[in-house]
Design a protein around this ligand. Structure first.
Ligand code: HEM
Length: 457
């Protein structure tokens, strides 16, 4: 099926989706499908029910596709669950001692340490730097006939990350670092048969050779960035905050390993997710020129022809709705895992210690029992129903509870500034037969390239 085959006249555009299992596949075929693309590894029950439980090697795996269950695991009973050993094995080689992986008091100390970077009043300052990056980036775009949309957005968001959060990354080759980050995530995030076994987090998970080189690049770059700072006056960007963070009780600083693993965690978590949101949003707008026209008119009304600035962002209501609808259809982090550590009852199921929980945002965001016309790209649903974004709703691209994405406000600001500027200043063309299937390797990526032309208006 291609975009041209889809009737987008009355019902609206149905963008690419991951086909679900029919329920008639045997165990081996279903497992193979799950390993190849986890988005395609769930059958009709997961799409119909709030929770599906299956026995897996001596414990149970519960897939939760429902806001009430998600809130219980992530927020109200978050103390009864912990990050899963699967995540520990996948993320461990890159960022074992960083915020993405640690627990308890260590997590609290690290989260407190970096929180000032993401405070609302800091956002306006960071927005000015994002504007500079967008200027430089559009000069490069103007010289290119065609771009690979996903890679170009990744270059852009990595540049934003470097200049806003990492200070002046001199001595580190940004492009090389970005490529190494992608390679490390791809190598680590591709599922293997042993990932389905109940192995504890400390069992090493061999990384393929290309991934090892990428990991070495990440570690060396993080060491260079940290090593160039003065311990007594480290600065107030993310690198500086990691150096000055202290335990409120003991006054102990983070260890060198914690500092490095956190920086690598931010390379991983802080750019590809936003790049993917922009990639899918631009793709959807290229396929729906009438919607792109509405975004352009809104941006012209709010910001005129000048820079899209921090003060404009709250008034870009339809542009925000396009981003929300994009993250509903393509949540950049489509599933996250937890392990149960204290027995509880979840959506009327008994959950035992060591049971595995998959929080499946991809299915929750598209479940017919929760959404009207779930497969259709319809940003207006977020304009007309602001309750879709209330706490505990079925829309949770940034997670929930204490471990909710720390970069959510930053990512939203960045994506809105970039999308608003590009859609106002360029006509976007993607071949009509481009219909890239969503695939999951930790993040939700389009399969293959999205060749894109941006023509200055
Ligand atoms: C559209 C963009 C983004 C999406 C959809 C997203 C999504 C998420 C989700 C779902 C989680 C929760 C994971 C869990 O509970 O296991 C998370 C955590 C996290 N995110 Fe994001 N993220 C985005 C952008 C960013 C950015 C820009 C940064 C940093 C600059 C960032 C840094 C982090 C970190 C450090 C965590 C771990 C927080 C903790 O465990 O305390 N993310 N993100």
């Amino acid at each position: 099926m291609t975009a041209a085959d889809i009737d987008n006249s009355d019902r609206g555009f149905v963008p690419p989706y991951a086909p679900q299992l029919t329920g008639k596949e045997g165990f081996i075929r279903a497992t193979w499908k799950f390993m190849r693309n986890p988005l395609e590894g769930f059958g009709p029950l997961a799409w119909k029910q709030p929770i599906v439980s299956v026995p897996t090697f001596g414990f149970k795996t519960h897939t939760v596709c429902d806001p009430e269950g998600m809130m219980q695991v992530l927020a109200t009973e978050s103390h009864k669950f912990t990050k899963s050993p699967v995540d520990a094995r996948i993320l461990g080689p890159a960022t074992k001692e960083g915020l993405l992986s640690v627990h308890g008091a260590q997590w609290k100390r690290q989260r407190r340490g970096v929180a000032p970077m993401f405070r609302p009043r800091h956002m306006a300052e960071l927005a000015a730097t994002i504007t500079d990056v967008i200027h430089d980036f559009t000069h490069i775009l103007d010289r290119r006939r065609e771009i690979d949309l996903n890679l170009t957005m990744a270059d852009l968001t990595f540049e934003v990350l470097s200049r806003t959060l990492l200070g002046d990354p001199q001595g580190v080759d940004g492009r090389r670092l970005r490529r190494a980050t992608r390679k490390a995530v791809t190598a680590a995030g591709t599922l293997r048969p042993d990932d389905l076994l109940p192995l504890p987090g400390w069992v090493p998970r061999p990384v393929p050779p290309g991934g090892m080189v990428a990991l070495r690049t990440l570690k060396r770059s993080a060491d260079i960035l940290l090593g160039r700072r003065d311990e007594d006056a480290p600065g107030d960007d993310l690198v500086g905050l990691l150096i000055s963070a202290r335990d409120p009780q003991t006054g102990e600083p983070l260890t060198q390993r914690e500092r490095r693993d956190n920086l690598i965690g931010f390379f991983i978590a802080g750019h590809e997710t936003t790049a993917l949101t922009l990639t899918w949003a631009i793709y959807l707008l290229a396929m729906c020129p009438d919607v792109a026209g509405r975004v352009r008119r809104e941006v012209l009304n709010v910001a005129g022809r000048g820079d899209v600035e921090f003060d404009h962002l709250n008034d870009l209501i339809f542009t925000q709705a396009v981003l929300d609808e994009t993250m509903r259809l393509y949540p950049p982090a489509p599933m996250i895992n937890r392990k149960c550590r204290e027995a509880t009852v979840l959506l009327e199921r008994n959950i035992e210690p060591d049971d595995h929980i998959i929080l499946n945002y991809y299915i929750m965001h598209r479940a017919p029992r929760l959404w009207d016309r779930p497969g259709v790209f319809d940003p207006d649903r977020f304009v007309h129903m602001p309750e879709l974004k209330a706490r505990g709703s079925a829309f949770m691209p940034f997670g929930a509870g204490p471990r909710i994405c720390i970069g959510a406000a930053f990512a939203t600001m960045e994506a809105k500034m970039v999308l608003a500027t590009l859609v106002r200043d360029y006509d976007i063309f993607v071949p009509p037969n481009c219909y890239p299937r969503p695939v999951m390797t930790v993040t939700l990526r389009p399969q293959g390239k999205i060749p894109t032309q941006l023509k200055k208006v």
